[in-house]
Design a binder for this molecule. Structure first.
Ligand SMILES: C[S@@+](CC[C@H](N)C(=O)[O-])C[C@H]1O[C@@H](n2cnc3c(N)ncnc32)[C@H](O)[C@@H]1O
Length: 450
């Protein structure tokens, strides 16, 4: 069933792969609207696609046109995905042995946590689940994979008095995490002095020996582990899955992934290195069938996978800077004659404050150290006037892409789920929508228990 849905989503996305891999900054220079958007959607360029999607999701009536048919197909896939995945509530009720109280426990009630509200939301939900999963497979030792500043590991260790080993490659980040523990201990000295959270500055890879790392760090032996990770970027999540598959001592995993654009695809060359990872063990795809059928996604489609429909719908200013950036691209090509590396020019931060297009252009030209004498206020205004009528179409274009984003993310995650089911058939594996999609868009947690 899971594999069927995975293959179905892949086939459904196939005709849209070019659209999904288009780079937004080239929207005007490469005429994306006419190149990638089907004519029957272009005719509906004033329809709010997010509203239409919600309407079609909530009330089933026969589709009136091709656009509604397309939206209904996406709705159908969403419903199929809901059948094979879990909401947090379903997971708690059907899989976890106890219903936990998701109240802000010790850390929060007594003192400040020194986390962003987003991180706090994630850690508050994930820590008690990991504690229960560890009980279910009878492991004492938890490994926080790519632990960063240790938000999750510290919480698990503190609240559930567990040994947690944080593995983090960046010394600087580890150091900043240590400072945070020092600050926390000012509020609750006796508790943080005894905390069983330790860290190691290590780059994890397929050779990493957890028993050895653990005994070196804790001065005691452990033979079974739960590996957890909160936002393990790119291939780091795949590396965690491979450890689960290959290593008997890894009894369980709880993996929240992120940064899908950093994955190495087997059948698509990385645009920066021009390297295709066909012979590497860890990348996309992982499941047998997708490998056998040489399934591709593409970097820009994977980048799109991190955009959440719910968050974009709730805050439609998220992509507000894009129009200026797309228009700037026209100036860069037509006035400055730039032809290469255009997609990689990052001007994002310029748009943070509200500013006119003219101000934006001057700042951009300044930042890129381009010849200011080549443009005038008039030139800038003429570009604005020339393209102004296409502006609302970019909005529809972005909405259209975001409607597909959840399906691209699902292709990546279901591929991993199928990989686990194939590789450790005796394990129980679940994909759970853990976090609030508006607060924390990378919200899926892949859980597997041996
Ligand atoms: C997106 S951050 C998440 C950090 C933390 N889990 C959190 O939720 O705040 C991913 C972390 O993984 C670390 N990392 C990336 N690759 C790694 C590797 N191969 N071994 C160890 N740490 C790694 C990065 O330095 C970064 O701190």
């Amino acid at each position: 069933m899971t594999e069927q849905i995975l293959l179905g989503i892949r086939d459904f996305l196939q005709p849209y792969v070019s659209l999904l891999n288009s780079h937004n900054v080239d929207y005007l220079t490469c005429n994306h609207w006419n190149t990638y958007v089907p004519e029957w959607i272009r005719q509906e360029d004033t329809v709010d696609l997010y509203d239409l999607f919600e309407k079609r999701y909530n009330e089933k009536s026969p589709a009136k046109n091709l656009l509604e048919e397309l939206i209904d197909q996406i709705v159908d896939w969403k419903r199929k995905i809901e059948q094979i995945t879990y909401t947090r509530e379903q997971f708690e009720e059907q899989i976890l042995p106890e219903k936990y109280e998701n109240e802000l426990t010790s850390l929060k009630n007594k003192t400040r946590t020194f986390m962003s509200p987003k991180k706090e939301h994630e850690v508050e939900i994930l820590a008690p689940i990991i504690d229960q999963l560890a009980n279910m497979v009878n492991v004492d030792s938890i490994i926080d994979y790519g632990s960063g500043r240790g938000y999750l590991g510290v919480k698990i260790s503190y609240d559930y008095e567990r040994n947690v080993l944080g593995i983090e490659s960046s010394e600087e980040i580890l150091h900043s995490g240590e400072k945070r523990i020092e600050t926390l201990s000012k509020y609750q000295k006796e508790l943080y002095d005894n905390i069983k959270y330790k860290t190691t500055s290590t780059i994890v890879n397929s050779e990493t020996n957890f028993e050895k790392l653990f005994s070196e760090t804790f001065d005691s032996y452990s033979s079974s582990f739960l590996l957890c990770s909160l936002h393990a970027c790119g291939s780091l999540s795949c590396s965690l899955l491979n450890h689960f598959v290959e290593n008997l001592s890894v009894r369980a995993i709880a993996n929240v992934a992120c940064c899908y654009h950093l994955l190495e695809e087997k059948f698509v060359a990385n645009p920066f290195t021009n390297y295709c990872a066909e012979n590497d063990p860890c990348s996309f795809p992982l499941s047998h069938r997708l490998i056998q059928e040489k399934t591709k996604l593409g970097r820009n489609a994977r980048m799109l996978a991190v955009q959440s429909f719910e968050r974009n719908k709730a805050d439609q200013t998220l992509n507000a800077g894009l129009w200026y950036r797309a228009l700037m691209q026209v100036l860069l090509v037509e006035i400055y004659g730039l032809t290469t590396g255009l997609q990689d020019i990052k001007l994002g931060k310029l748009t943070k404050k509200s500013m006119t297009f003219e101000e934006y252009v001057w700042k951009a030209v300044d930042k890129l150290k381009l010849d200011k004498t080549k443009i005038t206020v008039n030139v800038i205004n003429n570009y604005w006037i020339r393209y102004e009528s296409c502006r609302h179409q970019l909005h529809t274009f972005i909405q259209l892409k975001v409607l597909f984003s959840g399906l691209i993310e699902m292709m990546i995650l279901l591929d991993r789920l199928v990989f686990l089911e194939e590789s450790v058939p005796t394990a129980s594996s679940y994909l759970v929508a853990l976090f609030d999609p508006i607060k924390s868009p990378r919200r899926w947690c892949l859980v597997s228990l041996k």
